[in-house]
Ligand binder design. Structure first.
Ligand code: PLP
Length: 439
């Protein structure tokens, strides 16, 4: 074996080297073009090589790229925090800047715990989440993730936080008829709260639309209203993990806007800087921060690169670009076009069990039998084969776990909001060919 030094996701796999990106395409050093139908890991929301972002980066880098957050603040960081508060539901958020989605959710957890500590209620420290969930790879974030395969190796190090039933109507985890279930999955939150005792629970965290752990699973209407009502009644903070859904991805700036929900805390990442620099944020409402402001005044989290001016300037330029190009609306409109095309395509493929999603976050779930919804045997690893086949055809799609405990096969299609309808047609054509070849 050739001596190598870079640890790649799969150590023995050959990954092509990308030379450059433009729009919705990436080009490798052999000249092969890849249609980026997943925006990488649902990240490059405005596409690759956008000149306005490169200009903003250069301008900020020529002033200052880094200042240490314990010594200085900066104009871009201050402005970004104000901008996010203006955009977020309810407009009264503080921002804590970090570098990845995992850091954002873990900071959300820490702020929630500290909130209760400074209110004199230190026993409220557990964070509930759902069985189908992924909130990040660090140990705190994994402790509140239901994603079995990503947790498995580290279970002895993880907090044993309880998991709640997900709102997954395609295969109801409560085995109920979704048209007459009375929101049983939302009510499961209350059942778990009563079992554990709300005096031990700081927060409940949920992705507005389940991403990697489900493949763009959209909850039924009324679900989040019920969740918020339960959280309020039991004095539990609600954390919206908008790392994947935030910043225009679902056709609204924040995913929770679809249900008129104002989360107590919001985690952002991925699309915030659209992949141009590492950047993520934890937003906390005034009332969440108040006990800390009146108490220790020190939010106990933070990283060396937190709130660095370069990444903040990039995120501001991304938000400007989204506004100037009207990309929130584009994500909504093109999402309709994409889902209609995927639905039409699914008619010709027996193995597509479900087409779902919102805006430009679309999901497909695959089944061995469409009537019974029986999943493929795990040994077949259909998702892996499909992702590889699509890759060889120059199409990038994002693998997801399907099924309540990750036993199924699903993919996410989440192209940049700048994709044209012709490019969507090409995407669906290549995807259809790849599905045929693995069926
Ligand atoms: N939360 C959600 C909903 C995610 O989808 C992800 C990543 O896929 C994360 C958190 C973790 O983000 P990161 O990989 O940037 O640490």
């Amino acid at each position: 074996m050739k001596r190598e030094h870079l640890i790649k996701p799969l150590l023995n796999h050959h990954y092509p080297k990308i030379s450059f990106g433009k729009g919705v395409f990436l080009y490798d050093d052999q000249g092969k073009a890849y249609l980026d139908a997943s925006s990488g890991a649902v990240t490059a929301g405005i596409g690759h090589g956008v000149q306005e972002i490169i200009d903003a980066m250069q301008e900020q880098a020529s002033k200052v790229s880094f200042v240490y957050r314990s010594q200085f603040t900066s104009e871009p960081a201050e402005e970004l925090a104000k901008r996010l508060s203006d955009l977020a539901p309810g407009n009264d958020y503080w921002s804590f800047f970090v570098n990845s989605g995992s850091e954002a959710t873990e900071t959300a957890m820490k702020i929630a715990i500290q909130h209760w500590q400074e209110k004199g209620r230190p026993s409220k420290y557990k964070v509930l989440s759902r069985r189908m969930s992924y909130h990040g790879i660090t140990l705190g974030a994994l402790s509140m993730s239901g994603h079995f395969t990503r947790r498995r190796r580290f279970v002895p190090l993880l907090e044993d936080f309880p998991l709640v039933a997900p709102p997954y109507c395609y295969r109801c985890p409560m085995k109920l008829d979704p048209t007459a279930c009375g929101q049983s999955c939302a009510n499961d939150l209350e059942t778990v709260i009563k079992r554990i005792g709300s005096e031990h629970i700081a927060a409940f965290i949920a992705e507005p639309i389940i991403g990697a752990a489900g493949g763009a699973v959209v909850p039924p209407d009324g679900y989040y209203e019920r969740i918020m009502e339960i959280c309020k009644r039991h004095e539990i903070l609600f954390i919206a993990d908008e790392v994947m859904t935030g910043i225009a991805r679902t056709g609204t700036m924040f995913g929770m806007e679809h249900w008129g929900v104002q989360p107590d805390i919001i985690a952002l990442g991925k699309g915030l800087s659209a992949g141009y620099t590492p950047m993520a944020a934890t937003l906390a409402k005034d009332h969440v921060l108040e006990p800390i402001l009146n108490g220790s005044k020190l939010v106990m989290s933070g990283h060396t690169y937190s709130a660095n001016p370069l990444s903040a300037a990039v995120a501001l330029a991304v938000l400007d670009y989204i506004e100037d190009q009207q990309l929130v609306k584009a994500a909504e409109d093109k999402g309709h076009y994409l889902r209609a095309a995927l639905t039409k395509m699914s008619e010709g493929h027996e193995i597509i069990g479900d087409v779902r999603g919102k805006g430009l976050l679309a999901g497909l779930e695959f089944v061995a039998d469409r009537q019974t919804k029986e999943p493929f045997p795990a040994s077949k690893s259909l998702t892996t084969k499909l992702v590889e086949r699509a890759f060889s055809k120059g199409l990038l799609i994002y693998p997801a776990a399907g099924g309540v405990d990750g036993e199924g096969d699903a993919i996410i299609i989440a192209p940049p909001f700048t994709i044209s309808t012709e490019e969507i047609d090409l995407l669906v054509e290549r995807l259809s060919e790849a599905i045929t070849e693995v069926s």
